[in-house]
Write a protein of this length. Structure first.
Length: 171
């Protein structure tokens, strides 16, 4: 499954176009950088990881859209799958020291900034702003926390996706 193909399926034109702009503008980083220190830490790891998350999330959505995910828009599942780890495209840089055994290093500019803030800043650069429920869902997915389901089906779905991903990957 390709990221761009899934982004093309977003129904909302504005969100789809902004996601595609992010994808196009960041394609070199997407193809080169890792996902994180503890998983997919190799060239192109972010892309592979994000494709896996999208596929996994959409499979869960398809299985449970009439039950647990009732009221969740598929657009939001695609959007959150795409952006939930976008902070890594800012956090990591190629190591400028060619003779080093570390291929990637942490960008010191982002060293002490929580991933959610890096993500929101990245999205704002492209004019993409999350609503409050999408933001809670993003935090729930990134931090594997379960926020009360009364805040919305999307938040609950994101928590379930995050929890199931962690089970699947053993993290």
């Amino acid at each position: 499954m390709k990221i761009k193909n899934e982004l093309m399926k977003i129904f909302c034109n504005d969100i789809r176009n902004k996601c595609l702009t992010i994808y196009t503008n960041m394609i070199n980083k997407i193809n080169e950088l890792p996902a994180d220190y503890d998983h997919h830490f190799y060239p192109g790891g972010w892309k592979i990881y994000t494709e896996n998350v999208m596929e996994f999330s959409l499979d869960l959505y398809d299985q449970m859209h009439n039950t647990v995910f009732k009221g969740v828009r598929k657009d939001d599942v695609i959007l959150l799958s795409f952006i939930h780890h976008i902070s890594s495209l800012y956090k990591f840089i190629k190591n400028p020291h060619v003779n080093s055994n570390k291929q990637f290093i942490l960008n010191s500019m982002y060293a002490n900034i929580p991933d959610e803030f890096i993500t929101l800043n990245a999205l704002a650069e492209f004019g993409l702003f999350l609503d409050s429920i999408q933001l809670l869902a993003l935090c729930s997915l990134q931090r594997d926390i379960f926020i009360e389901s009364r805040l919305g089906a999307l938040v609950k779905a994101a928590a379930i996706i995050g929890r199931e991903l962690n089970k699947k990957t053993g993290r």
